[in-house]
Design a protein around this ligand. Structure first.
Ligand code: ADP
Ligand code: MG
Length: 441
């Protein structure tokens, strides 16, 4: 394509977009509350000027010595105000604020199509369900949604926003960015309240994202892998999930090789704890036996899973939740003798069985790790932990947990309790301390 043709084409697009954008601004009155104060100000200004004008004319009549320029200004200022104000108001209602800026900034971060055009901002409106969220509507100009997602953090910097979600509007031509201003990011600290406990079986609440509470349904996504470097808030989040499991009537098993610093006495009273490899192996063996027993039971009675079984028989088989902090430490075989290695091998294979089959039988794993060594958590365990959550982390750890470096890029270095879920949702985990809960288990 010659340069001329390209320029012609860009001109045609600009022409078409110009006309297309106006009805959008007119039709979309959802940000009216934001614009209304300007209209009110305009009329207050008009009344004020009117009052002053009469006073000024009286003054002019009484003191005809004032300079002619001054006299002309005083006589016409009201008309000038009305005209300029009306033009400004029309522009305010028709033109999406920041369009040019958005286009230039997106171009700068490389979000362009083959023609070198950036997406065009059609309008910004308030999300009707969440008043603090702004929806940026873009004509995507042939840029795929995947590209938007890949460049998310750069787009956030460019537009100075935090993006909660990127979606298509009905068709595929328009992209909706759900965002809040970067500075009004999530709070750093949200204490847990009992009312946050989800009423649905077996939904656990992780924390709050920009779009609202973030949850995981263990009936659909049965196991969780939780990663993050030291101090990122893994232990607190792990305990938050285990506490909710207890509240929902599950039996909770905890492996804690750190000698109980993270799990004070109250946990020992409500959960089954294990502190060394031998008891851990016994515990996992019990879980696998229970899994086999349920498998046979469901097969005999013709139920596909625990929810159907409990509903059909009226019994109440409990869900069993196994939580393990620092799982890589448990599975690390370096420096072990043959017998110990064999034992760890058995632990691995039992965890793998539960990871593979646990879902239907209501047996779940929540495993936390801070070590980025991929070989420590075998693929047959890792691949079955579908719910991936990563806090502040280096690239390698983020890759291990989320299969992408996103956590290293999106979670600030000083963040605590801030996590990224496998679907791209960033959330602040509820801060939980066993001493501060009203109801526990
Ligand atoms: N959800 C949270 N909100 C605010 N601060 C948190 C949160 N979770 C953890 N923290 C802070 O971070 C510190 C480390 O948390 P911890 O769970 O022990 O990290 P990790 O287990 O990843 O090393 C805690 O002492 C607490 O002060
Ligand atoms: Mg910890």
């Amino acid at each position: 394509m010659t340069r001329n043709e390209k320029q012609n084409r860009q001109r045609r697009t600009a022409h078409r977009d110009f006309w297309r954008s106006f009805p959008m601004g007119l039709v979309d009155l959802s940000d009216l509350p934001m614009k209304l104060p300007f209209v009110i100000l305009y009329f207050i200004g008009a009344v004020w000027f009117l009052g002053k004008r009469d006073a000024a004319i009286t003054m002019l009549n009484n003191a005809p010595l004032t300079s002619p320029v001054m006299a002309a200004i005083l006589q016409n200022i009201f008309t000038a105000y009305m005209a300029a104000g009306a033009v400004a108001l029309v522009a305010l209602f028709l033109y999406p604020m920041g369009r040019k800026m958005a286009e230039e900034e997106l171009k700068r971060v490389g979000l362009t199509n083959h023609e070198g055009e950036a997406p065009r901002l059609l309008c910004k409106r308030r999300d009707p369900e969440r008043s603090h969220v702004t929806v940026w509507v873009f004509d995507n100009r042939g840029i795929s949604i995947q590209e938007w997602r890949d460049k998310q953090s750069r787009i956030e910097t460019a537009l100075d926003i935090t993006i909660a979600n990127i979606k298509h509007e009905k068709g595929k031509r328009r992209i909706l960015l759900y965002a809040v201003p970067a500075k009004s990011d999530l709070p750093d600290f949200i204490p847990w309240r009992d009312k946050y406990l989800s009423p649905d079986e077996f939904v656990l609440t992780l924390g709050e994202g920009i779009m609202g509470p973030v949850t995981v349904d263990l009936a659909n996504i049965p196991h969780i892998l939780l990663g993050g470097s030291t101090g990122s808030g893994k232990s607190v989040l792990l305990k938050l999930l285990l506490m909710q499991s207890l509240c929902k009537g599950a039996t909770v098993y905890i492996s804690d090789f750190k000698g109980g610093v993270d799990f004070p006495k109250v946990w020992h009273e409500r959960c089954q704890m294990c502190f060394d490899e031998e008891t851990l192996l016994e515990l996992l063996a019990t879980l696998v036996n229970e899994l086999e027993r349920r498998k046979k039971l469901f097969a005999e009675q013709g139920y596909p899973n625990i929810a159907a079984y409990n509903k059909g028989t009226g019994e109440h088989l409990k869900r069993l939740i196994f939580g393990c902090d620092e799982v890589a430490e448990v599975l690390d075989k370096t420096g072990m003798d043959k017998a110990q290695k064999e034992r760890v091998g058995q632990i691995e294979s039992k965890l793998a069985t539960i990871a593979r089959l646990g879902r239907a039988f209501g047996i779940h794993l929540i495993l936390a790790t801070q070590r980025p060594d991929a070989q420590l958590i075998p693929g047959q365990i890792r691949n079955n932990l579908d719910c991936r959550i990563c806090g502040r982390a280096e690239r390698v750890l983020s890759e291990l947990v989320l299969d992408s470096p996103a956590a290293a890029e999106q979670i600030p270095k000083d963040a605590r309790g801030r996590f990224l879920l496998h679907d791209g949702t960033v959330f602040q985990a509820y801060w939980f301390n066993e001493r501060n809960v009203e109801r526990f288990g």
